[in-house]
Design a binder for this molecule. Structure first.
Ligand SMILES: C[S@@+](CC[C@H](N)C(=O)[O-])C[C@H]1O[C@@H](n2cnc3c(N)ncnc32)[C@H](O)[C@@H]1O
Length: 234
C-alpha cells in the first residue's frame, strides 16, 4: 500500500473512510464508518466489557491491531468520558501512520458534533510513547506490524480490537500464529472483537481455545465476531 494512492470517500452514514485502490479495499465499511466502529468496537467491545467488569477493574487495557484513521480510538476516548472512574490504556499498532494532511480532512468530529480536542490530540501526539489524551484515556501509538509486536508492558490486554484489512487482502494478518501470539497477551475474561466472521477464521480461533460468538453485524453486514479466552489453571 502506497500512502500517496489513498482516497477519501463518504460512507452511507455520512462519515469518511479511506479507499486503497491497489488493494481495492476501504478502511471501514462503506455502509457507514462511524456506525461500524461504534457497533463492533464500542458497543460489542468496550461497553460489553465494562458492563461485566465494573466491579472488578479500575483500569481497562485495549490492544488495537490497525490504528488507521484513529476512529476507534476517538470513539473509545469519547465513550470513556461517561466512565470517569475507569481508566483506559489504549495501545494501537500501525506500521503505516497516515499523514496529517489526510487525518485533518476526516469529518468524524463534524458528524459526531464532539471530540475535536481529543481528535487533535490523538493525531498530534508522538508515536512510540504513551500519552495522556484525556484524564482517563492514555494512548500508545506503536508504529510496528503485529508480527513484530512484543508487549512492552507487564500487563495483559482485556480487549483486542482486531481491525486489519480483510483476510482476502492481507492473509498474513489472519494466520493462526498471529492469534496465538495475541492470545498469550490476553487477560483472563478478555475479549477479541472484529468485523470478520469468516468460517475459516472462526475455526482457527476455536482451534486455539477461543470461545467464538457470532453476533449480528453493523448495518449492511450480517455478522461480526466476539471471542473470549478463559485461562484454565490445572
Ligand atoms: C481496516 S484498516 C484500520 C481501520 C482503523 N481501525 C480505523 O479506524 O481507521 C487496517 C489498518 O491496518 C494497518 N496494517 C497493515 N498492516 C498491518 C500490520 N502488519 N500490523 C498492524 N496493522 C497493520 C493498515 O495500515 C490500516 O491502517
Amino acid at each position: 500500500m502506497n500512502l500517496k494512492e489513498l482516497q477519501l470517500i463518504i460512507t452511507d452514514d455520512g462519515s469518511h473512510t479511506i479507499y486503497v485502490p491497489s488493494l481495492h479495499e476501504t478502511y471501514h465499511s462503506k455502509f457507514g464508518a462511524i456506525q461500524e466502529s461504534r457497533h463492533i468496537y464500542i458497543n460489542e467491545g468496550l461497553s460489553y466489557w465494562l458492563n461485566r467488569n465494573l466491579q472488578k477493574s479500575k483500569t481497562l487495557r485495549v490492544l488495537e491491531v490497525g490504528f488507521g484513521t484513529g476512529l476507534n480510538a476517538l470513539l473509545s476516548a469519547i465513550y470513556m468520558k461517561d466512565h470517569p472512574e475507569i481508566s483506559l490504556k489504549y495501545h494501537a499498532l500501525e506500521p503505516k501512520p497516515l499523514p496529517g494532511d489526510i487525518t485533518e480532512k476526516l469529518n468524524y468530529c463534524q458528524i459526531l458534533h464532539s471530540g475535536e480536542q481529543i481528535w487533535n490530540h490523538i493525531h498530534e501526539c508522538k508515536w512510540g510513547s504513551e500519552v495522556r489524551v484525556t484524564h482517563n484515556f492514555q494512548l500508545f501509538k506503536d508504529p510496528i506490524m503485529v508480527v513484530d509486536f512484543k508487549n512492552p508492558y507487564a500487563y495483559s490486554y482485556d480487549l483486542i480490537f482486531f481491525d486489519a484489512f480483510a483476510p482476502s487482502k492481507q492473509p498474513e494478518l489472519w494466520k493462526t500464529s498471529i492469534f496465538e501470539k495475541i492470545r498469550y497477551r490476553m487477560a483472563e475474561g478478555g475479549y477479541l472483537v472484529t468485523y470478520c466472521a469468516r468460517g475459516q477464521f472462526k475455526r482457527d480461533l476455536k482451534s486455539l481455545g477461543f470461545d467464538v460468538q457470532t453476533l449480528p453485524g453493523p448495518p449492511g453486514k450480517l455478522e461480526m465476531v466476539r471471542a473470549d479466552f478463559f485461562v484454565v489453571n490445572f
